[in-house]
Design a protein around this ligand. Structure first.
Ligand code: 13P
Length: 255
């Protein structure tokens, strides 16, 4: 089963307006055909409107978070419907930094996934273990639980609209990438969990990305594996040339 590669940059809390706009102008005409590789930038909320307005044919813009409620008295928060009304197509859900610093839990991740698919926003659902869990040898069980909880009450049709990003916490921003074998093995385990829940129609087609210190040097070996369908990239997505190298590396995967 061929799955379209997806490379998503996660800018986190970096850049100011001028940097963000300069980035878009630099990459817009250079990113691969969207029918071959999906190129996404997940930007801080304040940039989303400007970026969507300027996105070219082949680039898509995503948010880094959203609220699970449709609307309500949630000061400072942004709903899925708001994102959609500005033309935002993706949202990162349950990033480990949000789990660590903003009380994101498996339960809120699940609610956000349900709301995102309802609004036709593609959730990029983040899962991944800590170094302690990896060293204790319980990664697969830990990640399995995160995946099962994220997909609670999500229908098969809606599951097909989702993307998973496996991001081991110990590899994020540390320069310590999981080896392609390690990442691929855990991702194969995640695909197995999806198969148990939804069957092979979903597990064969659902994209599972790897994230954690992906850069222009290691991207080829990660994407050369059987089950890694793309990358969720922090630091190496900030520079336009670096981002372009990553999305172009995915062209080999698409062949
Ligand atoms: P780095 O690529 O900077 O390690 O960040 C990974 C990440 O958290 C992407 O969401």
């Amino acid at each position: 089963m061929k799955r379209k590669p997806l490379i998503a940059g996660n800018w986190k809390m970096y850049k100011t307006k001028d940097d963000a706009l300069a980035f878009i102008y630099a990459v817009n005409l250079e990113v691969p055909d969207k029918d071959i590789v999906e190129s996404v930038i997940c930007a801080p909320a304040i940039f989303l409107r400007d970026l969507v307005k300027r996105e070219g044919e082949n680039l898509r813009i995503g948010a880094q978070n959203m609220h699970y409620a449709e609307k309500g008295a949630y000061t400072g928060e942004i709903s899925a419907a708001m994102l959609k009304s500005y033309g935002v197509d993706y949202a990162v859900i349950g990033h480990s930094e949000r789990r660590a610093y903003y009380n994101e839990t498996d339960e809120t991740v699940n609610l956000k996934v349900l709301t995102a698919v309802k609004e036709n926003i593609t959730p990029i659902i983040c899962v991944g273990e800590s170094l302690d869990t990896r060293e204790a040898g319980t990664t697969d069980a830990f990640v399995k639980k995160q995946v099962e909880k994220a997909y609670l009450n999500v229908s098969k049709a809606d599951a097909l609209k989702t993307v998973i990003a496996y991001e081991p916490i110990w590899a994020i921003g540390t320069g310590r990438t999981a080896t392609p074998e390690q990442a691929n093995e855990t991702i194969m385990g995640i695909r197995q969990v999806i198969k148990q829940i939804y069957g092979s129609e979903v597990s064969d087609s659902l994209r599972i990305l790897y994230g954690g210190s992906v850069n222009t040097k290691n991207v080829d070996s990660l994407l050369a594996t059987s089950d890694i369908d793309g990358a969720l990239v922090g630091g190496a997505s900030l520079d336009p040339q670096s981002y372009l190298t990553l999305v172009k590396a995915a062209l080999n995967k698409a062949k």
